[in-house]
Ligand binder design. Structure first.
Ligand SMILES: [Zn+2]
Length: 133
């Protein structure tokens, strides 16, 4: 698969299912084009999603939820399925990881519809928990 770079920041994007955009965009879905989209995870870049040809972008203001990778705020969600914020992970660390793992086990997560990155948050959560005080 060809690597896909964000037309604004040049960062490597991660391919996302169009279902993720359909669930999370705040704009009319009539704008969606019939081609693959990728997610830009660069913290300082306003682009959330872009088409693989780079011709169309949706920025973070057009997404219905704050994007963990792009907002430094403590109240920003990090786990979009079970409602854990950055502050929760800083405070409770391992307990949050355990709750998410239990949810995954019970097949209760819906990462591709709820998380802007379109995949499970667990990697982000574990990384942040490790950095904790
Ligand atoms: Zn970007």
């Amino acid at each position: 698969m060809a690597s896909t770079t964000c037309p604004v920041c040049g960062g490597v994007g991660r391919n996302v299912d169009t279902a993720t955009l359909k669930a999370l965009l705040a704009v009319s879905l009539r704008q969606l084009r019939a081609m693959p989209y990728a997610f830009c995870a660069t913290a300082t870049c306003d682009v959330a999603y872009f088409t693989q040809d780079g011709a169309q972008t949706f920025d973070k203001a057009q997404v219905r939820v704050p994007i963990y990778q792009k907002e430094a705020d403590d109240t920003t969600p990090i786990c979009y399925c079970f409602g854990h914020t950055v502050a929760d992970v800083r405070r409770e660390g391992a307990a949050v990881v355990a709750d998410i793992e239990a949810g995954i086990q019970a097949d209760q997560c819906a990462c591709n519809w709820r998380n802007p990155q379109g995949t499970c948050c667990l990697g982000n959560v574990k990384q942040l928990a490790k950095r904790r005080g």
